[in-house]
Design a protein around this ligand. Structure first.
Ligand code: PLP
Length: 390
């Protein structure tokens, strides 16, 4: 029989992607479905990045690459982190990984012994519980309150950390799915709890280039936090490189040196030509990142206009990341009920809030990954559908 470890990854029979699979199945049968589920930029990877990739591969960079990542890329990631956070960072603080997903796994392997508790703030990215279980730890969700913008509250956080003897805390800003950008006071509260409870802080910052309001702040930059923070980064969203599987983990040099052993025994590194493409992408500077982020900002503004014209569906602040988080509680439906009925009657697929933990029941997430006119049509139909239920 299969190990309980592998069977536990899809605990309860739902990995949170049920509506996504159903929408894909309907499409395969020929139905026209407007898909607003997965967080995948609709833009393709920039041709100049693909040229760099192809030149590297044709130039012979097709063999095994050094496991921690090629030094020039680690330097470029370190320089980016230094520039953006003010924390002096060198290549010794950086491990190149196959995407942020792999960095999340590595971070929990470093932070937690088998069976130890890993906290994650709700609502959380769909794979967090499974990733934590894969690393042998026990995921425990920290609930948040929609009335407080789904921001974590230090007092209950400290209580849960103490009660569970937690080894780590996972936070994500800008946040998927809520669109929240954590303010300085929230991060200061989190840092205080991490220090008082001796937690590793795992900071998922894969949306750090998608800020529509306020400023991206990394908790690693707070006093006393650089030695206990592991930052997860990725070029998936910032450079429309989801399929290239390229990201990083950054943190204290000793932890990162030890994680090279994990990489050696699991991924054995990232293809050299992908790393060369990433190096090229990062050395293009913020212009390219802003160009890729621009359509999401425009669509978020468009959505605010459309949703502002009615009162049934309420848009959460949406300060960053490529999603709208919609409060549909006025319809009396759960997030799952709403998403199911919307798919059945309107052929529009959105993610139910429950996929991101119980705090987000009564919400749905819309990805800003379709052309403006199609997104506008979908939002108008979502509003009419909701009005019919309210
Ligand atoms: N973290 C968050 C919050 C995400 O939304 C995603 C992808 O959607 C990831 C991590 C993983 O990204 P990747 O592995 O493509 O870098």
């Amino acid at each position: 029989s299969l190990s309980s470890r592998i069977s536990s990854l899809n605990a309860g029979g739902s990995d949170g992607w049920g509506i996504f699979y159903k929408a894909r199945a309907l499409k395969a049968q020929g139905a026209a479905v407007i898909e607003l589920t997965i967080g995948e930029p609709d833009a393709r990877t920039d041709p100049a990045i693909l040229d760099a990739l192809s030149a590297s591969a044709r130039g012979g960079h097709t063999g095994y690459a050094v496991v921690p990542g090629i030094p020039a890329l680690r330097d470029a990631i370190a320089a980016r982190l230094t520039r953006r956070t003010g924390v002096p960072t060198t290549r010794d603080n950086v491990l190149v990984t196959p995407g942020g997903q792999s960095a999340l796994f590595a971070a929990h392997m470093a932070a937690c012994d088998p069976g130890q508790t890993a906290l994650m703030v709700e609502p959380y990215y769909v794979t967090y519980p499974g990733t934590i279980r894969t690393a042998g730890a026990r995921p425990v969700a920290v609930p948040t309150d929609p009335a407080r913008g789904f921001l974590p509250d230090p007092a209950p956080l400290a209580r849960i950390a103490a009660q569970t003897g937690a080894a780590s805390l996972l936070v994500n800003t800008p946040n998927n799915p809520t669109g929240a950008v954590y303010p300085a006071a929230t991060l200061a509260g989190i840092a205080e709890v991490a220090q008082a409870q001796d937690l590793w802080l795992i900071s998922d910052e894969v949306y750090d280039t998608q800020i529509w309001q306020g400023q991206h702040l990394s908790p690693r930059a707070l006093p006393g936090m650089a030695e206990r923070t592991l930052v997860v980064g990725s070029l998936s969203k910032s450079h429309a490189m989801t399929g290239s599987r390229i990201g990083w983990l950054a943190g204290p040099a000793e932890a990162l040196a030890a994680l090279v052993d994990l990489a050696t025994n699991t991924t054995y590194g990232v293809p050299g030509y992908i790393q060369d493409a990433a190096l090229f992408a990062l050395t293009q500077g913020p212009d390219l990142e802003q160009r890729i982020a621009a359509p999401f900002r425009r669509r978020r503004d468009l959505a605010r206009q459309i949703l502002g014209a009615q009162r049934v569906v309420r848009l959460m602040p949406s300060d960053g990341a490529m999603y709208l988080f919609l409060d549909i509680r006025a319809t009396g439906l759960s997030g799952e009920g709403f998403a199911e009925a919307l798919l059945d009657s309107q052929r529009i697929a959105v993610m139910p809030g429950e996929s991101f933990g119980p705090s987000a029941a009564g919400f749905v997430r819309v990805a800003l990954t379709l052309p403006d006119d199609l997104l506008a049509e979908a939002l108008q139909r979502i509003c009419s559908f909701a009005a019919g239920r309210a």
